[in-house]
Design a binder for this molecule. Sequence first.
Ligand code: MF3
Ligand code: CO
Length: 249
Amino acid sequence: MPVTIKSEREINLMREAGKILSKVHEELAKEVKAGMSSFEIDKICEKIIRGYDCIPSFLGYEGYPGSVCISINDEVVHGLPSKDKIVKDGDIVSLDTGVIWKGYQSDAARTIAIGEISKEAQQLIEVTKQSFFEGIKYAKEGYHLYDISAAIGDYAEKFGYGVVRELVGHGIGTEMHEDPQIPNFRQKKRGMKLQAGMTLAIEPMINMGRPDVVWTDDDWTVVTDDGSLSAHYENTILITKGEPEILSL
Ligand code: MF3
Ligand code: CO
């Protein structure tokens, strides 16, 4: 599939979708408390999204049963809502969710702390977030796609972290997943040229230990192979001729 360049009308709808999603994340983060199940968190998220007259984009996507992926501690991404998974003090929880607004998608993830967490876990969350900002320094016309990938990966690896290789960011628009795929580590080539009007979901997934991940037998939840903690940070952005616009922040 070719990479789409969005029109001014489409960009405005993507802006609206992104603004709503940023509020969904803010509201959801305030609601999540120790003792809650990930099933409850999912229900709260769905309610918030529908409150904005949006469709939860994850619900039913390739059969996904929830509106948000809730990945706790060593879970990397796609953590399934479950009545048996209870978040507790000291956990780190990645919340990845998306909305559809008037046919346009936005996708974003945050990793939050439940109560008091270790200094090491706090650093992992901060470095994962910063790696996104290091990457988007190159998210503008004049640079190439994998300049973003290299900046993300090189930054995270300086801390000794493992950058997940099997999962990538993506183009986004009327579909949640459009071309191109966006790896979070250095590639041998520079990749395609970036052009104003591209909308991308950039999403580093960073492990405290080794980069290897494993798909568990619930068919969705991806965990670190070595059991180390993992963090995720994602925003939908717009490429322009100047600084990128972060639509979901
Ligand atoms: N947010 C994920 C991504 O960035 C997609 C989640 S898959 C779903 O690609 F099935 F949960 F929707
Ligand atoms: Co995504």
